[in-house]
Design a protein around this ligand. Structure first.
Ligand SMILES: C[S@@+](CC[C@H](N)C(=O)[O-])C[C@H]1O[C@@H](n2cnc3c(N)ncnc32)[C@H](O)[C@@H]1O
Length: 305
């Protein structure tokens, strides 16, 4: 989707000077943004210090990037410390390949490692604590958040198993899920449960909501906000936030007829093409949405009181 992102930015912006990559990861998108726009200064945010160290090598040497270890939920205060409004704000949600591929980070059900799942290793809550000490009802709620149809049953099985001994590795959690799931459904069950626990551990939905609110608040007329998501729940949050500005709805007989404050740059969600999905299986689920913030005059021109 990188090419599509660059194409959209190129079409929507003349000469972007200041941008924020909210999910720096290994710096792939940031590096491409800096190459595409030679006058750009970019702030790259990531919760993961390991990712920041790798990205530093890719974009740090440009002299046109500042890397920040923080959550993108704090976008407003991060941007205000630079004293400028971004021409574009980008987020590529979820995990980086570094996080998925390292068993010791505890995200993977494919290779066993410590049950961790923290993007930010300094944060207090790990998957081990959620799985071993959260109430069975809470576990059920977490699993349900990723549409796991057997949430109650699996939460019960985990509660039973942990009485026998701490569930300390991703391998052990995967084993419990497999032992209590019909063979054909095992992969999907592990995917859903691991994703649900990871999203809970990292507070991903709440962070995304804060990011979107902050992105609009720090934007200026003409700014672009662009988000890639890999999970239907996240994409729904982005879709609803963007739709509210593309086509604002008010109750019947409301005295104000609001004007759109976003222009839709992607016509809904863009998906990865066949060639990309063949090369990268993760891109199957990606949804790219982008909007341009309309000018203040466009936003208010048709208000009638
Ligand atoms: C899909 S990767 C980004 C990959 C990146 N676009 C690249 O080209 O290498 C997502 C990154 O976002 C980071 N991340 C996820 N949630 C975050 C949050 N709330 N605040 C800051 N970084 C976050 C993860 O640590 C991960 O490194």
């Amino acid at each position: 989707m990188l090419d599509k992102c660059l194409e959209i930015l190129d079409r929507a912006l003349d000469t972007p000077l200041f941008a924020v990559d909210c999910t720096l990861g290994l710096g792939g998108h940031s590096r491409a943004f800096l190459q595409k726009f030679p006058s750009l200064f970019l702030v790259g945010i990531d919760k993961d210090e390991e990712a920041l160290k790798i990205a530093e090598k890719k974009v740090g040497g440009s002299g046109r990037a500042a890397l920040v270890h923080d959550s993108f939920a704090n976008l407003a205060s991060i941007v205000s410390s630079f004293g400028k409004s971004p021409d574009f704000i980008f987020a590529d949600l979820g995990l980086s390949s570094l996080q998925i591929d390292k068993p010791e980070r505890g995200f993977s059900y494919m290779a066993s490692g410590k049950l961790d799942m923290r993007m930010d290793k300094s944060s207090p809550l790990s998957a081990k604590e959620v799985i071993n000490s959260w109430d069975q009802k809470e576990l059920e709620r977490v699993f349900k958040s990723c549409q796991e149809p057997r949430s109650r049953f699996l939460a019960g099985k985990i509660a039973e198993e942990r009485k026998k001994g701490e569930i300390a590795t991703t391998g052990r959690l995967a084993e419990i899920l497999d032992a209590n799931t019909p063979f054909k459904e095992r992969l999907q069950t592990k995917k859903r449960v691991f994703q649900a626990v990871r999203m809970e551990v990292n507070g991903e939905k709440a962070a995304l909501e804060s990011l979107l609110d902050a992105a609009l608040a720090v934007s200026h007329p003409g700014s672009v906000i662009m988000v890639e998501s890999y999970h239907s729940g996240e994409d729904r949050i982005v879709k609803n936030f963007f739709s509210a500005g593309i086509c604002p709805k008010v109750p019947p007989k409301f005295p104000i007829e609001p004007e759109p404050y976003f222009e839709d740059l992607t016509g809904g969600a863009l998906k990865a093409g066949g060639e990309e999905t063949e090369k990268n299986s993760r891109s199957h689920s990606v949804r790219l949405r982008a909007v341009k913030v309309l000018s203040a005059s466009e936003r208010v021109k048709n208000l009638r009181l």
